[in-house]
Design a protein around this ligand. Structure first.
Ligand code: CO
Length: 174
């Protein structure tokens, strides 16, 4: 089922998400909803808080470049064990439509997480997928990628964000 994406500047995007401790069947349904919502919006990753669920959970398409993307990856309570290198490239967020900015992130990461069965796993990711995991962990901590944009680039960004704030106010009756 498609779920509405929480849009900037909704205050829920500032929430710190809670760890997942119970791995019941409802999480499979939530993972399916998140995957459908992410793919429908042409995203590579999505954190649960972006559909209003404040839990440490994310989905990600490892095969984002293939026509048949197969199953999405579902990560619970992800924790970075190791980071290596750095890369600065454009990044976007489904909660902040049409805003893209260059952000510096680690190029390679090793991450520990739990899968849909609650089983602990360790995976390594590089490039876009590493960037995606780091971006979604930021969401779980109430952080957005626009906070990582260097000060010199903030003026243009501010205009775009002000427009999003204006649209948000007009769309949500007070
Ligand atoms: Co995002």
């Amino acid at each position: 089922m498609l779920r509405p994406i929480v849009l900037y500047p909704d205050s829920r995007l500032k929430m710190k998400s809670k760890s997942v401790t119970e791995f019941g069947p409802e999480l499979k349904e939530l993972a399916a909803d998140m995957t459908e919502t992410m793919r429908n919006a042409n995203g590579v990753g999505l954190a649960a808080i972006q559909i209003g669920e404040p839990i440490r959970m994310m989905v990600m398409d490892e095969h984002y470049d293939q026509e048949d993307r197969g199953e999405s990856q579902v990560l619970f309570n992800p924790e970075i064990l190791e980071e290596e290198g750095s890369e600065t490239t454009e990044e976007g967020c489904l909660s902040i439509p049409d805003v893209r900015e260059e952000v510096e992130r680690s190029f390679k990461i090793k991450v520990r997480y739990q899968n849909l069965e609650g089983k602990e796993q360790v995976s390594e990711y590089a490039g876009l997928l590493a960037r995606c995991v780091l971006h979604e962990i930021d969401h779980m901590n109430g952080q957005l990628f626009i906070q990582k944009v260097p000060a010199v680039k903030r003026l243009f960004l501010k205009k775009q964000l002000d427009q999003l704030k204006k649209n948000f106010k007009e769309a949500v009756p007070l």
